[in-house]
Design a protein around this ligand. Structure first.
Ligand SMILES: [Zn+2]
Length: 404
């Protein structure tokens, strides 16, 4: 089952009934957390058995279903807490400060045509939440293959979970193999006998990262006398950084997926798990790893949702192997990969060819075949252009492109 949370803004202000529901909900979550900690339990059912009766007695008017979902929230907070404790970092009682409430799908009604939510607050009291529905939202509301999951109400927005069974990935008719780098995805696209270079540039991601890294360093120095303030400012900086980078990564992922969907391509990616910076001398290097992992996460998730096959392969030696003769180069190389057999190619694209060959040799890309000799050296297809924020027409030698 796949779940996608879609964010909606609301028409008008929340009524005081909803606001007091937020407070009750937070109260229920936090008391369940304390009870769970004491009894050393984290599952929703155990928490419900433990705390339901007492809480019900204290708040006889709260809608029972909301109480159960408060226990669910408490359960997930406790699980995270337990994980932190195991790592030796959680010697405090977790406390939820945020005002919000979560309702399971049977505890609210959404009219998918009008976008109006009917939310029970307590016996005899329901509130209406009017969603602002855009074209983007319509796609989810009108798609009858999607069912409704939980509802999360926050002071300024609402998140509706849409669920569907994972579609079966299609049989690929082409393949898009991508080498993931700090500032770009570089790869090769094969369709029939033709192989072309592809590129999606996202230089701003590294720039934003560097800028935030520098700013964080400065903050730490400036506020060195107050660890608490320094930590808080850094945390805020970090959130902003994540938002800015996330936004761009989603755009890049969307262009890649649109391309793959239109051409029925399997997407080949390197398996980034296990890739760690070999030396700890540069913290910068560690900083630059997470956007790449995040980009993979986004691509994989969205591909899964659309039924686009994704293949992940071990990238070992992918940047050192010659796809023509199979020699492995152990000497350091510049931006270009050069082999004794005469093969030379931009290093990142060369790496993506090796990823593709690995995928094909392991029969992970359907019945596709790839002949590196058929690679068209003078064509570059642009998957994503950071200036227009969209895919541009393939450039390169148009004559050759026209032939295909
Ligand atoms: Zn070679």
């Amino acid at each position: 089952m796949l779940i996608k949370g879609v964010v909606f803004r609301l028409e008008g202000e929340l009524t005081h009934e909803v606001k007091s529901l937020f407070e009750d909900f937070r109260l229920a979550v936090n008391s369940a957390i304390r009870a769970g900690l004491q009894a050393r339990i984290t599952s929703r059912n155990a928490l419900t058995r433990l705390a339901y009766k007492d809480f019900r007695a204290e708040h006889p008017r709260m809608y029972a279903q909301h109480l159960v979902s408060a226990f669910e929230v408490a359960g997930s907070v406790l699980k995270n807490h337990r994980r932190r404790v195991r790592k030796g970092k959680g010697n405090y009682v977790p406390y939820v400060r945020r005002l919000f409430m979560k309702a399971e799908n049977q505890a609210y009604k959404l009219d998918r045509k009008s976008g109006v939510i009917d939310l029970p607050v307590r016996a005899g009291c329901h509130v209406e939440l009017r969603l602002i529905v855009s074209q983007y939202h319509r796609e989810y509301l009108d798609d009858t293959t999607l069912t409704l999951g939980s509802l999360t109400v926050l002071p300024n927005r609402v998140i509706v979970a849409f669920r569907k069974d994972a579609p079966k990935p299609f049989v690929p008719e082409s393949a898009l193999s991508l080498d993931t780098n700090e500032r770009s995805l570089d790869g090769v696209f094969i369709e029939g006998d033709v192989a072309k270079a592809v590129k999606a540039d996202f230089p701003e991601v590294a720039i934003i990262q560097q800028r935030h890294h520098d700013r964080r360093k400065r903050l730490q120095k400036k506020k060195a006398h107050d660890r608490r303030i320094s930590r808080e400012l850094c945390r805020r900086e970090g959130t902003r950084e994540h938002h800015r980078i996330d936004y761009r990564l989603h755009q890049v992922a969307n262009s890649v997926l649109k391309f793959a969907e239109e051409r029925r391509s399997a997407i080949v990616l390197e398996d980034l798990n296990g890739i760690r910076p070999k030396m700890s001398k540069e913290l910068n290097r560690r900083l630059s790893m997470w956007p790449r992992r995040k980009l993979h996460q986004i691509i994989e998730y969205k591909a899964h949702w659309k039924g686009i096959p994704v293949v992940k392969v071990d990238p070992r030696n992918s940047s050192r192997t010659c796809p023509i003769c199979g020699r492995i180069q152990y000497s350091r190389m510049g931006a270009e990969f050069v082999c004794e057999c005469g093969w030379r190619l931009e290093g990142h694209i060369n790496a993506s060819m090796n990823l593709l060959q690995t995928a094909i040799s392991k029969r992970m890309a359907g019945g596709l075949r790839f002949n590196p000799g058929a690679f068209q050296h003078d064509v570059m297809m642009i998957l994503y252009n950071p200036v227009t924020g969209a895919r541009s027409e393939p450039n390169g030698t148009s004559g050759i492109f026209g032939v295909t």
